[in-house]
Design a protein around this ligand. Structure first.
Ligand code: HEC
Length: 473
């Protein structure tokens, strides 16, 4: 159905690959230096701080939103939290925005300017004065608001599913028939995750009629909704991957004039990864779709997955059989039956690499990367990244090391809780022949029980996974 438009080719120059070194990453958030920025002599809440908070914080910090437990909608709330606000803002922790300032400009950028940070810091240092409400003028700059996805079709797991008792990571696939009379385009996605504490991520696939029999055979085969699906839905039918969610992911509206086509008779399969370390409750998550009629003749989108090898040795201080690569491979096989595509040696081969390419990996600084020479020229709208809890940094770049190299996504301090999909301010035209490189860096000393880690489905395993939303070439 879909032609893979990116093909992993042999990367023959190991030297060039090693020249790109990610050795330096810091443990602690760095204080943003705003000492050179000038601020008004008297900073007040109403005149200066309120417009910043309203434009940049209340989309999340309001009743019913994800940070509703700490609302900033009233003056007294903001004054009360002032020292905490300064701490989070000057350390770059809030608003949450993992991409660095070197990144290509991104839409929905939530970060504050140096000027805004300096104003908040000065206000808190002055004792957080309220000032005169008449001085309030709403912010003139675009702040951060959530996009509003129209709920034209709501897809919900048909009855609550309680994850399996005997596993720490349950992967469950739920098929939902598309209840539509005519072809339509999906132009927006919103993911309503029912039990946030156990939702690790989800992936949304589109299957055509040919998968219907296989779906019927598997669904409820063990008496419970859906079926177990480590490593993908496994319906021996080709699927189109059209969306997904990770912690911190925001609702998505695709670029104007584009969409994913869906047809009557097709199924959406939602693959849920439940991590059961802290909770195991019935879940009935939903995906909300915004639709447009097929007559609109939109340009068709494709979501392209990128993968790279995961070869993470033990830290120097840890020894034992758990530090052997073979042990790690056996473990992944036993626990997850490991899909062929994610087997460590297969990943190396697909990226044209050998284990020797990872000889420099240490427990504290292990890198995985893959080069994708583009076999077509095309338009890219957005990119996403997924790693687990050992992740340190993530980069997606075009023509790395060259003069014309471009940073599509630069996340210097990986945070598992903020995994968004990032849209470029301007869609990117990329020429055939350009090399797209994805690089993940991990730190195994972040683990409570370090062992050699390879690609695996569990939360304590790792992935180096990227996604690119592009126009069908
Ligand atoms: C995209 C949503 C989002 C935006 C925008 C956002 N926050 Fe937050 N904030 C959160 C979430 C979620 C938490 C709680 C979990 C965490 O710390 O990540 C939080 C926690 C905080 C806390 C700690 C509260 C406590 O006492 O535990 C502070 C302070 C804070 N945010 C300040 C701000 C400020 C100031 C802004 C705007 C300049 C802002 N945030 C913008 C989502 C957001």
């Amino acid at each position: 159905m879909r032609v893979m438009i990116l093909v992993a080719l042999l990367w023959c120059s190991a030297l060039a690959a090693l020249a790109h070194d990610d050795a330096d990453h810091d443990d602690d958030a760095e204080t943003i230096d705003v000492s050179g920025v000038s601020v008004p002599e008297h900073v007040s809440y109403h005149e200066h701080v309120r417009p910043i908070v309203e434009a940049n914080c209340v989309a999340c910090h309001a009743d019913g939103q994800i940070a509703g437990y700490a609302p900033f909608t009233l003056a007294e709330d903001v004054v009360w939290a002032a020292p905490d606000i300064k701490f989070h803002v000057v350390n770059g922790l809030m608003p949450p925005w993992p991409p660095s300032r070197e990144n290509l400009p991104l839409k929905y950028d939530r970060s504050l300017s140096d000027q805004e940070i300096a104003i908040i810091a000065a206000w808190v240092d002055d004792g957080a004065p309220l000032g005169d409400p008449h001085d309030y003028v709403p912010s003139a700059t675009d702040g951060f608001t959530l996009v509003d996805v129209r709920a034209d079709l709501v897809l919900q797991i048909d009855e609550p599913y309680t994850p399996a008792e005997d596993v720490l990571d349950d992967y469950r696939c739920f098929a939902i028939p598309l209840d539509i009379d005519a072809p339509q385009y999906i132009t927006g996605f919103d993911y309503i995750v029912d039990v946030a504490e156990m939702a690790h991520h989800n992936i949304v696939y589109l299957f055509d009629e040919r998968a219907t029999r296989a779906i019927q055979r598997r669904n409820y085969a063990d008496g419970r909704p859906g079926w177990s699906c480590y490593g993908g839905p496994g319906l021996s039918a080709e699927a189109e991957w059209i969306g997904g969610w990770g912690p911190g992911a925001m609702p998505v509206i695709v670029p104007e004039g584009t969409g994913f086509i869906i047809r009557p008779g097709q199924h959406i399969v939602i693959e849920m990864h439940y991590n059961l370390r802290t909770s195991r409750e019935p879940d009935q998550s939903r995906v909300i779709l915004q639709l447009e009629p097929a007559e609109r003749q939109l340009a068709e989108l494709t979501l392209v997955p990128l993968v790279a090898p995961v070869e993470i040795p033990c830290p120097d201080s840890v020894e034992g059989p758990q530090c052997e690569r073979e042990t790690a491979i056996e473990r992944a096989k036993e626990l997850f039956g490991q899909d062929r595509r994610y087997k460590p040696d297969y990943l190396l081969r697909e990226c044209g690499q050998n284990l020797t390419d990872y000889a420099a990996n240490t427990g504290e600084n292990a890198r995985g990367y893959c080069d994708y020479p583009l076999t077509d020229s095309f338009t890219i709208f957005s990119v996403g990244a997924h790693m687990h809890e050992l992740g340190r940094s993530f980069r997606l770049e075009l023509n790395p090391g060259e003069e014309d190299s471009t940073l599509l996504l630069d996340i210097p301090d990986w945070d598992f809780h903020w995994q968004d999909h990032y849209f470029f301010v301007e869609p990117l035209q990329v020429a055939r022949g350009v090399v797209l490189r994805m690089t993940c860096v991990w730190d195994n000393s972040l683990s409570d029980e370090p062992r050699y880690v390879v690609w695996g489905e569990g939360t304590s395993d790792e992935m180096c996974f990227g996604s690119v939303l592009a126009l069908e070439p």
